[in-house]
Design a protein around this ligand. Structure first.
Ligand code: HEC
Length: 471
């Protein structure tokens, strides 16, 4: 395994070095590139001039990403737009497209801002008018996940480490004896869901950043199940734990979410900053797993029979998905994934498929330098939808309630930037994406309530709200 990994590092360096060897290895930031090459004709503030406004959402020569990058690359010779094919690399052109998309969205959010409801307001949206109701206003610290038990009680995780049973609006002391977690960067106590047979078996599943040997300097995602008896966590069993080699001091990209379907448990492990490790099926990072509810590995998992592969892997090439939901109509699995700066993804997750990170991506690096010029590649999946600029996708639910009939089976994707998106899937395609609300706080989780309302877990302010029909 050791030699195997060394060989892989060699390959991954070769892969990342190749595209840069093309035109120039310059790593200019997109804003600098823009000022240098574009602002003279399109204005320092994108307001136009000889070249026209690039931030008003009006694209005369095509509005798809591919149209914009084609115009930049090939120019519009008859109109005076120069070709940048010879001076800018594919990576740089992609970073400019991301940058223009950011500016376009900034303008749009000023001219036609998405709804920013306050409690009690009737908010209009395309299919339904709704109101926001606060369910838990105070007392939570960085709530991360919400789950409903069959009797109506709610479980809430808080990232610093607590699991609480809420009954139904009273906030009791945390459950005692839950696993120790590392609250490191994005890590901590993360997802919670009950077993689909909870009424019979009483199991509750927890996903969290686990300290290596109690040592808080190194962590990895771990999943356990246990029961709650007299406000205490008992009967704990390990469902997923990575080998110590895979623990890392990185404080980011733990994932995660869990979802049950048809006798399987699906869960996400983020790439932990390992980037190319997401492409390596001998490592758990950057993967979605499928296991039996007791942690055993199904024999028909795509890589179960492959030597050295991690047998629980269901799909790979993921960066940091933090939304996972099943469409009960056909049992398809969907995930939302944080891209870098730009390129957040909404994917349908297929057995054995490669989602491409970091070889293909619609995003650029956080500092505005290019990441990859490739947004697609044979053998790698395309997202059903992608968000550039990023919404910081977190929390996903397929609406199954009956209080909002026209929303039935639409997907609700939250984001840490505060937007809640409603996505409609038809014949395997995302046919619409509506921003339902924004500005309430950072959206961590979105869940169906047993009452048919849509529940949203917020950070800053730390609270839980729900959407109820306006009338
Ligand atoms: C020498 C002037 C000039 C420079 C420099 C220039 N452009 Fe242009 N650009 C134009 C002109 C002229 C048009 C065509 C405007 C029209 O159709 O009315 C154009 C059109 C475009 C379009 C298509 C807009 C649409 O409505 O579809 C994009 C995108 C674009 N430019 C991006 C860039 C970027 C990015 C850069 C820098 C890398 C750049 N341009 C540099 C002159 C320029």
């Amino acid at each position: 395994m050791r030699t195997g990994r060394r060989a892989w590092i060699y390959v991954s360096l070769a892969l990342t070095a190749l595209p840069l060897a093309g035109i120039q290895a310059r790593q200019d930031k997109a804003n600098e590139l823009y000022l240098e090459s574009c602002a003279s004709c399109h204005g320092a503030n994108f307001e136009g001039g000889l070249g026209g406004n690039l931030a008003d959402g009006q694209w005369k020569h095509g509005s798809a990403d591919s149209d914009i990058s084609r115009v930049i690359s090939q120019g519009l010779p008859n109109l005076g737009m120069p070709s940048f094919e010879k001076t800018l690399s594919a990576e740089q052109i992609r970073s400019l497209v991301v940058y223009l998309r950011e500016k376009e969205k900034e303008t749009a959010s000023q001219t036609s801002p998405p709804p920013r409801p306050t409690e009690g307001d009737v908010v209009k949206s395309l299919e339904h008018d709704y109101k926001v109701e606060t369910v838990i206003k105070e007392g939570l610290r960085t709530p991360w996940s919400l789950a409903f038990l069959p009797d109506g009680r709610q479980l809430v995780t808080e990232r610093p480490g607590a699991l609480r049973m809420v009954d139904p609006t009273l906030l009791p002391e945390p459950i005692s004896g839950t696993p120790q977690v590392v609250e490191l960067g994005q890590g901590g106590m993360l997802d919670v869901i009950p077993s689909p047979d909870f009424a019979k078996d009483g199991w509750i599943y927890l996903a969290f950043a686990d300290p290596l040997d109690g040592e808080k300097k190194s962590a990895m995602l771990k999943i356990v199940r246990g029961r709650i008896r007299d406000q205490a966590w008992t009967d704990e069993e390990v469902i997923f734990q990575a080998a110590p080699d895979f623990y890392s001091p990185a404080g980011h990209h733990f994932g995660t979410r869990m979802a049950f379907d048809s006798g399987y448990l699906y869960f996400i492990v983020g790439e932990r900053g390992g980037m190319m490790e997401a492409q390596d099926i001998t490592r758990p990072n950057g993967k979605i797993f499928r296991v039996f509810p007791d942690g055993r590995i199904p024999e028909d998992n795509p890589f179960a029979a492959q030597k050295n592969a991690i047998p629980g892997i269901w799909s790979y090439g993921h960066r940091n998905p933090q939304g996972l939901a099943i469409d009960p109509r056909d049992h398809s699995l969907y995930a939302t994934e944080h891209g870098p700066r730009g390129g957040d993804e909404f994917n349908i997750i297929r057995k054995g498929a490669n989602y491409g990170w970091p070889v293909i991506s619609y995003g650029m690096n956080y500092d505005g330098t290019p990441l990859t010029g490739l947004t697609e590649k044979p053998g790698m999946e395309q997202p059903l939808a992608q968000w550039t600029p990023s919404i910081a996708a977190c929390g996903l639910a397929c609406y199954t309630g009956d209080k909002f009939p026209n929303w039935k089976h639409d997907f609700f994707a939250g984001g840490l930037r505060g937007e809640l998106h409603r996505i409609r899937i038809q014949n395997g395609k995302a046919i619409s994406d509506e921003i339902i609300l924004s500005g309430l706080g950072r959206i961590r989780d979105v869940r169906n309530g047993p009452d048919g309302y849509l529940y949203i877990v917020l950070n800053q302010p730390d609270c839980i709200v729900r959407l109820v029909p306006a009338k």
